[in-house]
Ligand binder design. Structure first.
Ligand code: FAD
Ligand code: FES
Length: 254
């Protein structure tokens, strides 16, 4: 079931020059939200963003009826959203797409690159409830891209790669030494080249792996076909059949 609702901005927290977190409250009780699902936000404070913008659900607080979004400013829509003030109202369609499949009692690795970190916090929380041993690998260009380390540490062990070496291991996320270890399952979100590199490692190690794709979207509900990805079951809309896919279902050349 999808809903179109007005949320009130409770917090707009600046994380770095180009990233921020919005905490948004719904008046009513939130429906069940699965990690990896996303929202489509109407941005009415800018002239050219009549199409809603998709964002992963970063965190959910069922006692406060809030969801959080971790957003990187890349264009007019996200720039406009960064300027919303506490008390402003934002119209949102949610929860959209199919999320990650949650395992129980396993050793899991969560990998987030750039704003691909966004869906992993709520995923960690839910995997922790399922008694999994959680390892989280976060990667970015510099330390400013790495967020919520303390919160991730509540759920598991955290590993970090930065391309400029400003925090922990220097280099690409896929070069991090934690990837030498074995895991029962890998969950990943980030840019497509990173996801392909993760998928290659997972295939070599014969590890189950799910990735969350961030194809460009417009409608978010399977009507415009602009988000299609080729899969072994034919072309599928990332907004309705994903954004989470098992790597074995994708036709990637890796
Ligand atoms: C399922 C899903 C979940 C997402 N989750 C998050 C999230 O949690 N946090 C976050 O910051 N961003 C997320 N994104 C990306 C986000 O939707 C775009 O950055 C946003 O729509 C850009 O809007 P804009 O008006 O600021 O930029 P635009 O003016 O629309 O575009 C500016 C630049 O950003 C690029 N861009 C636009 N959309 C995307 C996209 N979907 N993926 C990659 N590049 C894009 C454009 O090609 C262009 O170069 C997600 C995208 C999808 C599909
Ligand atoms: S965004 Fe319109 S079909 Fe997926």
């Amino acid at each position: 079931m999808k809903y179109i609702k007005d949320f009130k901005i409770l917090k707009n927290i600046t994380i770095s020059d180009d990233t921020f977190v919005l905490e948004l409250q719904l008046r009513q009780k939130l429906p069940i939200i699965f990690p990896g699902q996303f929202v489509e936000v109407l941005i009415n404070k800018s002239k050219n963003t009549f199409l809603r913008r998709p964002f992963s659900i970063h965190d959910v607080n069922t006692s406060k009826n809030t969801i959080s979004l971790f957003i990187k400013k890349v264009g007019e829509g996200t720039e406009a959203l960064s300027k919303y003030k506490v008390g402003d109202i934002v119209n949102i369609i949610f929860p959209l797409g199919k999320g990650f499949n949650l395992v129980k009692n396993k050793k899991v690795l969560l990998i987030g690159g750039g704003c691909g970190i966004a869906p992993l916090l709520y995923l960690s929380k839910r995997l922790n409830e399922n008694n999994n041993e959680i390892h989280v690998l976060l990667g970015g260009r510099s330390k400013e891209d790495i967020i919520k380390i303390k919160e991730f540490k509540k759920y598991g062990k955290v590993y970090i790669s930065t391309e400029n070496g400003s925090l922990c291991e220097r280099g690409l996320l896929t070069q991090n030494s934690v990837l030498k270890n074995n895991f029962d399952k890998i969950y990943a979100c980030g840019p497509a080249p990173m996801l392909k590199a993760v998928a290659k490692i997972a295939k070599e190690k014969n590890t189950e792996c799910e990735v969350s794709l961030e194809n460009i979207m417009a409608c978010g509900i399977g009507a415009c076909l602009c988000c299609v990805v080729e899969t072994k079951k034919g072309n599928q809309c990332v907004c309705t059949e994903g954004p989470v896919f098992n790597i074995n279902d994708l036709t990637w050349q890796i």
